[in-house]
Design a protein around this ligand. Structure first.
Ligand SMILES: *Cc1c(COP(=O)(O)O)cnc(C)c1O
Length: 369
């Protein structure tokens, strides 16, 4: 059996930064969902992306949930959400008792289509809009921000996959009123599991910290005047995050190398189109994705790779095609469906060597010979 190649696996720093911060937590006995690593991870991440405040949470999903709650989304409200995304973007809308309306992608960005978004506003009055930056590609933010401002609606950015991506020089996650990041195991940097909510609104961020620690009122006895959640990040996990943040830029370089390697190797296969990297966009290249426009189908590529112990996967299946979400409205014209039907996420593990990339490309090219 050939050596396994992963789609994207955790990649700790060569320097051992993560262990140093974990050791510090042990030495000071801050083995809790609070402590120096939590505070510093919040400060360091906020400083990195250029946001004023951050709240470290147990997952990206929890961060989206708290963003919706902070935006005042409640029972019966409508929230616009891209259909082409991971279900974690949409689930918290349901947690809040709100109703998602799904918005199609455009082929120029693979992300929320500003045209479909504008159309959705003709039909609905949403309480919030969630935009996603898929696979590290930024959405068309000038247009999307303008539309949200015009309709006076809170914008939440799901930047779970795009930490380090910039749009016209500004980090994704900092365009909306709220931005969220994920440190799940296969993201560009990981803490094993975790998330972060960023915002320039100090009051809302401290409110989120309050909700996320069981909404404990300031009283000697345990008193609660609001519903609480246990959503804070552990101080151990935050230590991993602090170490990982130091290698984020290095990981982006490695991811970019992987993307360009594929582009160069596969450039002569006309059936293959690469994910759209626009001039405004400096992606983190979290996953290298392609679409196939000929007789060779995504399943052929995935099966050929699997036979050689190499992991790849389809593009996210749109939410409006999911059994759980299909009862909700979709505004658009089938672009996301086409990307899903034709798309493949190629192995994008930063631990890969060039020889691994040759091995993968050899198998892919073999399908066209
Ligand atoms: C990973 C991911 C999330 C959820 O993050 P978790 O930390 O796993 O809860 C949300 N949205 C998108 C687009 C993601 O890829």
């Amino acid at each position: 059996m050939s050596e396994k190649i992963y789609l994207a696996s955790p990649h700790m720093s060569d320097e051992g930064y993560e262990m140093k911060y974990i050791q510090e937590a042990f030495d000071t006995n801050w083995i809790a969902p609070l402590g120096k690593n939590v505070d510093e991870f919040e400060n360091e991440l906020a400083a990195k992306v250029g946001s004023k405040y951050a709240a470290a949470l147990s997952s990206g999903t929890a961060a989206i949930h708290m963003a919706l709650k902070a935006a005042g989304v409640d029972k019966g409200d409508i929230v616009f959400c891209p259909t082409l995304t991971f279900s974690a973007t949409a689930n918290p809308i349901i947690y809040q008792g709100a109703t998602p309306v799904f918005i199609d992608s455009d082929s120029e960005t693979w992300n929320m289509s500003p045209v479909a978004l504008e159309k959705a506003f003709e039909k609905y009055k949403p309480k919030a809009v969630i935009v996603v930056h898929l696979y590290g590609l930024s959405a068309d933010m000038d247009k999307i921000c303008k539309i949200c401002e015009k309709h006076n609606v809170t914008l939440i950015e799901d930047a779970a996959e795009s930490l380090g991506t910039t749009y016209k020089g500004k980090y994704t996650g900092t365009f909306g009123k709220y931005g969220i990041f994920s440190f799940n195991g296969n993201k560009i940097i990981t803490t094993s599991g975790g998330g972060m909510l960023v915002s320039n609104d100090e009051e809302r961020i401290s409110k989120v910290r309050f909700w996320a620690t069981q909404s404990r009122d300031k009283a000697r006895h345990y008193q609660h005047s609001e519903l609480g959640y246990n959503y804070r990040m552990s101080n151990i996990v935050a230590g991993i995050g602090r170490g990982q943040l130091k290698v984020l830029d290095k990981r982006i370089e490695q991811k970019k190398h992987i993307f360009e390697f594929y582009k160069n190797e596969l450039k002569n296969i006309e059936d293959i189109e690469f994910m759209p990297v626009n001039g405004w966009n400096k992606p983190n290249y979290w996953l290298s994705c392609i679409t196939l426009n000929g007789n060779i189908r995504p399943i052929d590529v995935m099966e050929a790779l699997e036979k050689d112990n190499i992991e790849s996967r389809p593009i996210w299946k749109p939410m409006h095609m999911q059994p759980f979400f299909e009862k909700y409205d979709i505004i658009g014209s089938g672009v996301s469906e086409k990307i899903f039907e034709n798309g493949v996420c190629l192995p994008s593990d930063t631990k890969m060597k060039d020889e691994d990339l040759y091995r993968i490309n050899c198998i892919i090219k073999g399908l066209w010979n």
